[in-house]
Design a protein around this ligand. Sequence first.
Ligand SMILES: [Zn+2]
Length: 327
Amino acid sequence: MNGPVPDPRPLGDGIHLIPAPLPFPSPAWVNCYAIEAEGGIVLIDCGCDWEPGRAALESGLAAVGLAGAEIHTLIVSHLHPDHVGMAGRVVEEHGCRFVMHRRAAARMDRYNDTVGFVERNRRIAEMHGAPAHAAAALAGSKDRPSFMPPLQPPDVTVEDGDRIDLGGGRHLEVLHTPGHEPAHICLRDSRTGVVFSGDHVLPRISPVIMYDEDYDDVLGDYLASLRRLLEMRIGLTYPAHGTIIERGSARIEQIVLHHERRLHRMLDIARVSPVTAWEVVGAVFRPHLTPDEQRLALLETISHLEHLRVGERIRREERQGVFWYRD
Ligand SMILES: [Zn+2]
């Protein structure tokens, strides 16, 4: 996920990989995919709205022989800035349709509200045992980064099972895969069987599964979404970060195992004596995390503890406004 941004290249069957650099150390780039379709290009994901990303998209299309090609459809896998950040600009410049899962439209106000994001993070961290100074630090900055300008909702929303027509009898099938983000979709190419997996299935790293108050059990949703792709026995998989995955199902099995191990570890900890999620972070993750890493680790930990609670393997009790998990 780190290191130099790879070169754009054709992947065959009219699909082209266009990596776009991101303004973070990791992941250092997002894989955008341009598909040759009837009447122009269908682009999957577009990266952050910053100059190196814009330049990479333009030069990438030229490098694979699609200079000046008309992007008529932008599909975004999920509502995170490294995937959707530049959507407004792409839509404006190309006049293309902007397609996301229905849930993304409902969550756009939330995406656009940086102050709400920070306040929510701080409140959740304090409710889960973080000291006030740590909760304030990990909540993030109220200054919205310029690479994620506020967005209009998608003008086309899709549901699981919908087909996005590519022309010539070919389509992308929408697979709703909530977990990493509630509006996350994967897309399956009807011609090749290739699955564009967004952040749902990544090589080497497992995507962070963040607790979200709007849903009871995001980790449960994620594991169910993984099992579904496993049952489909997916093969060649084009992820949004890192390198192409030859055997998608094999990679999914590894990710499921990773979460099962983590669940067992947390279950063992909570069975010894009551703990807060904040204490579990200290026990499970390496020390000296940055505030951003702390936020992700805490939300990941809560999603695991809540999955155990929903499955009635541990209980949760509230003491003076703080949640404790126990046997
Ligand atoms: Zn991502």
